[in-house]
Design a protein around this ligand. Structure first.
Ligand SMILES: [Zn+2]
Length: 104
């Protein structure tokens, strides 16, 4: 049996297979961005492919420095990084539809 690496969403705290999650990385240069490959260097935080989780993690109205993503990455996104994360969240499905964890 193949071992499936699981990661925990910083918003809903559910563990899912790593490839079902989206990684956000704080790169060694301090920049914060979505890591589509899941392999970028730096401290990473994982989120479900769900707008709900993203909004919970990056906040909508609260100051960026108080969001869960900031505490997970131990760094506060700049305004432009935060806007980019909001933009990314906007194209995600409202809820994660890969709940079963089975991806083809
Ligand atoms: Zn989640």
């Amino acid at each position: 049996m193949k071992h499936v690496v699981q990661r925990t969403c910083i918003a809903c705290r559910r563990a899912r297979p790593k490839k079902a999650m989206i990684r956000v990385v704080r790169a060694p240069d301090g920049s914060i961005r979505v890591d589509e490959t899941g392999k970028a260097n730096g401290r990473g935080a994982y989120l479900c492919r769900s707008r709900q989780c993203w909004h919970q993690a990056i906040g909508g109205t609260q100051p960026a420095q108080k969001c869960r993503l900031a505490s997970a990455l131990k760094a506060v996104p700049t305004e432009s990084e935060w806007i980019a994360l909001q933009e990314y969240a906007r194209q995600l499905p409202e809820v994660d539809n890969t709940r079963s964890g089975i991806l083809s």
